[in-house]
Design a protein around this ligand. Sequence first.
Ligand code: RIB
Ligand code: CA
Length: 323
Amino acid sequence: MPKKVIFDVDPGIDDAVAVCMGLFDPNVEVVAITSVGGNVPPAQATRNVQVILSQVDPPRWPRIGAATAPDHGLPTEGRRIFGPDGLGGVAFEVAVRRDLRPSEKVICDEVRAAPEAVTILACGPLTNIARAFLRDPELPYLVGQLIIVGGTVSGPGNITPAAEFNIYCDPQAARTVFRTPCTKFLIPLDVTNQVELTLDWLQRLPDETTRIGRFVRKILHAAFRGYRQELGLEAIRIHDVVGLVALTHPELFTFVEMAGDVETIGELTLGATVFDRRRVPAWRHNIAVATEVDKEGVLEEIIRSLHAAAAVAESQPPPIMGK
Ligand code: RIB
Ligand code: CA
């Protein structure tokens, strides 16, 4: 029985690859893709979700949620690495829909439609998740599980010395979500930074004769340029893809129950995720945190999953142009 999944994303190249894998994975039923501002402004994130769908044309198109700006605006963005449009500056064409409902409404609808059966994979700031929980106070009890990509446990941040990007973009939303009673898993930078795609891995991706291969090669090569120019790295970090593999193959990870919260006012520490690891903790456990990863296993699963996706996509009739 495939897992019902809502992808909440701020595409972002790593978001886009995770969505491609999920859309064609026989063990995943993508019931909705809800966009959120983060790497790119809300409207661009909503457009990028539609670009991904039109480029890979999955067997079943999920519901789409439209992103709206967080209450306090976005303090930063990720276009230095992901390009001006968030997808490598490839300037994909797409017919943007005007009839989309807000992401938090779509989340409430889809969770209510399948109580305790939906997994939410949060690959961006937690704005939509917090808004859905505030809109429907019963929702935290109805979500099957919430997997959050982001935060740090022991390592440094990536947008400030203390904070990871997704949490930093909307710390108040993150605190709201951390403090809800739903079953939560965190895939922090301590783990996702260990899984790096180098050029030799890029050669193993599906080739350009497949639409999946064409799409992921275009955006990942752009990401490679971004990581080299901005971070001096000869590799790409694919945080959200690691988050998806944690959903489909949790056996490749070690999880530890922890008590975590989010700094919402610190001058230097705004957006930091803080965990009570004192010998006698006072905080109650509220989240299972990935502390170890089989990085070779994750990398092999990414390559396997993308080739399987390419095979499924090519077995379908080609998309009707202009769709
Ligand atoms: O810190 C990494 C996270 O921030 C990833 O989800 C990336 O896409 C950005 O959203
Ligand atoms: Ca993301």
